[in-house]
Ligand binder design. Structure first.
Ligand code: SAM
Length: 238
């Protein structure tokens, strides 16, 4: 198996958009929840771990006055996103930056994105950080948002008990069957990953832990607008 960065998932970037929809139940719905939680007036958005640009594209479609600054540490994912965004005609409203968001949390002065954001979003990326770094990142996000700014993150969360872990796994397997997927074929397209920068394969935390971290980081209102078995959209407002 080819080595990939944590979060790149597939050996070939072109397999990501189809493969992620086969592996994860309700991927599009999950990202759409984030777009709906963003106020229509949102101006400047920071996206962490943009991957192939699927969330960026949904936001640019639904929020015509919005500009997205998108970070990812993977040159090949950023390149794929860049081409997709340009093909959709949104290149004036999207900037891709090659950077590790863990590094940004620790050394914000290294990145020239100093002015404040109205919102920060992320999907399927932050669970690659250890909990200590998740908290630092949430604190960095809080200090980078305008007053009343919001943060929404879609990520897998740690099952609340071993019994629920089985329930969540069964839901994913049922999804694959409904989609008519041959899981062996799709897994053969995946790469293997260990550690890259601040990320490693799976550092999932419980939903409760995330919500406590958000409160500690300074978010006054925390919320969970969507949860489907082990996938969750959570976040809040300052
Ligand atoms: C599973 S993909 C999700 C991409 C996209 N957000 C989506 O929902 O389709 C995770 C992305 O996060 C990026 N990523 C993981 N850890 C990162 C880090 N520490 N800094 C920057 N990007 C990171 C990976 O390169 C990958 O593009």
């Amino acid at each position: 198996m080819q080595n990939v960065f944590p979060g790149e998932v597939f050996a070939n970037t072109a397999d990501f958009d189809t493969g992620i929809r086969q592996l994860l139940p309700r991927y599009d719905e999950m990202l759409e929840v984030i777009t709906r939680c963003l106020p229509s007036t949102t101006g400047r958005i920071l996206e962490l771990g943009c991957g192939t640009g699927e969330l960026s594209l949904k936001i640019l479609n639904s929020h015509p006055d919005t500009e997205v600054i998108a970070l990812d540490y993977s040159p090949r994912m950023l390149q794929f996103a860049q081409e997709k965004i340009a093909a959709a005609g949104y290149q004036q409203r999207w900037t891709g930056i090659e950077a590790d968001f863990g590094d940004w949390a620790n050394n914000p002065e290294k990145l020239d994105i100093a002015s404040k954001f109205d919102a920060c979003v992320s999907s399927l990326a932050i669970h690659h950080l250890q909990d200590e770094m998740k908290l630092k990142l949430f604190e960095r996000i809080a200090t980078s948002l305008t007053q009343d700014g919001c943060f929404w993150n879609a990520d897998p969360t740690l099952p609340e008990s071993p019994a629920l872990a089985e329930v969540y796994q069964a839901a994913r397997e049922k999804w694959a069957v409904q989609e008519g997927i041959n899981l062996t074929e799709i897994h053969a397209k995946r790469g293997t990953s260990s550690t890259q920068g601040y990320s490693s394969q799976n550092q999932v935390a419980t939903l409760d832990t995330h919500l406590q971290m958000l409160t500690t980081a300074g978010f006054k209102t925390v919320a969970v607008p969507w949860k489907y078995y082990g996938l969750t959209v959570f976040g809040g407002w300052l």
